[in-house]
Ligand binder design. Structure first.
Ligand code: TXA
Ligand code: MG
Length: 345
């Protein structure tokens, strides 16, 4: 494995060239996007794609996102309805993935044999430069081991996949820290599959009313998977985590008085005394950005339980709550009684 550093905003041409060369030969490259780090292969390469699945330990029926540099490139891999074309011109590049009808030109490995394909143009100079240098779309999931939090820094990628990837492009921490918003526009109204930095409020300005199913809020695991990836457990630290909707101090104190070692993840002005304190930030964008790093940190603390306050489900807060609920294995407490019902420690 080679680690190549670059300024995220002005990608080093030599680094971009090397990355594209590795991809051209069927190799795999981890690189930042504005959301999280991705693990990329040439979207046309069966061999490259197979290596991505193997490195991640990802089930073969869970398709990858195809990353393009433009709406034009998207039309090469997917059917883009005329009315969507102008909309995409306005929303891309950005943290928004669209599920569209596939033209079948990317590797079948990438789409897991589906008739649809997930496509996005990332708003990050590094992957955009790599796609342009390669002259083709790149396919990739988040660059974590399956079941681990998505990587928001190059160190996370090395931690999870160090031995398996050819090149890690280190462009520093990612900008948003949670994965892109995914909507299925083959459905009427468009269906939100995963909330992200591109908010529902913004989506509705461009796409009209959007359907937000409970599973997109993280309220349940989909048993009939709407997005193939939804049936797999995600973002889970080993330390049990609880989302707390009442007074955080009271929650922490109650568990500590029962002999448990407690970490609190402080967010949006809510904090408490505990055995360990991880600060996510007071601004909701800061919370999103620091969340996955904190979940990795939580497992290094050797505490019995983590507590995190619930945040408001609007704007990027919808994405934050979705990730928190999943990380907590859907443990949510609205009062002390709820909290003490969970088997913790
Ligand atoms: O921000 C992101 O989206 C990052 C960066 C690297 O772009 N990527 C990412 O990829 O989060 P991944 O593989 O971790 O999540 C992609 C999700 C999976 O849940 C997958 O099941 C879903 O997209 N997906 C891919 N193709 C699909 C399709 N045709 N229909 C429905 N869901 C699809
Ligand atoms: Mg992922």
């Amino acid at each position: 494995m080679k680690i190549l550093r670059t300024d995220p905003l002005r990608p080093d041409p030599q680094v971009v060239k090397t990355a594209a060369e590795v991809l051209r030969r069927g190799g795999i490259v981890a690189a930042p996007t504005e959301t999280v780090y991705g693990l990329f292969a040439d979207a046309r390469s069966d061999a490259g794609c197979a290596r991505v699945f193997k490195a991640k330990g990802r089930p073969p029926d869970n398709p990858l996102i195809v990353h393009v540099d433009s709406v034009e490139m998207a039309t090469e891999v997917a059917e883009v309805p005329a009315e969507l074309y102008e909309v995409l011109k306005r929303v891309w590049p950005g943290p928004l993935t669209l599920v569209l009808k596939s033209k079948g030109v990317v590797s079948r490995c990438v789409t897991a044999g589906l008739e649809t394909v997930a496509v996005r143009a990332p708003a990050h100079p590094v992957p955009l430069a790599i796609i342009r240098e390669l002259g083709a779309p790149i396919a990739g999931p988040s660059a974590n081991k399956a079941g681990r939090p998505s990587p928001t820094a190059a160190e996370h990628v090395v931690e999870d996949l160090g031995g398996e990837v050819d090149v890690v492009v280190d462009g520093g921490p990612t900008f948003f820290g949670v994965e892109s918003t995914i909507i299925d526009v083959t459905k009427r109204p468009p269906l939100l599959l995963r909330p992200g930095p591109f908010t529902v409020e913004e989506l509705e300005r461009f796409f009209g009313p959007i359907e937000v199913p409970p599973v997109a809020r993280g309220l349940s695991e989909a048993d009939v998977a709407v997005a193939p990836g939804m049936k797999y457990r995600h973002y889970a630290p080993d330390t049990p985590l609880v989302v707390v909707h009442f007074d955080l101090s009271a929650a922490a104190a109650a568990l500590r008085s029962r002999g448990l070692r407690v970490a609190v993840l402080c967010a949006v002005g809510k904090c408490a005394e505990a055995d360990a304190v991880l600060r996510l930030g007071d601004d909701i964008y800061e919370v999103a950005k620091n969340l996955y790093g904190a979940l990795r940190e939580l497992d290094r603390l050797s505490v019995d339980v983590g507590l995190v306050p619930a945040v408001e489900e609007r704007g990027i807060g919808l994405a934050v709550m979705n990730r928190l609920r999943k990380a907590a294995g859907h443990r949510e407490a609205f009062n002390l009684e709820d909290l003490l019902r969970y088997e913790l420690g």
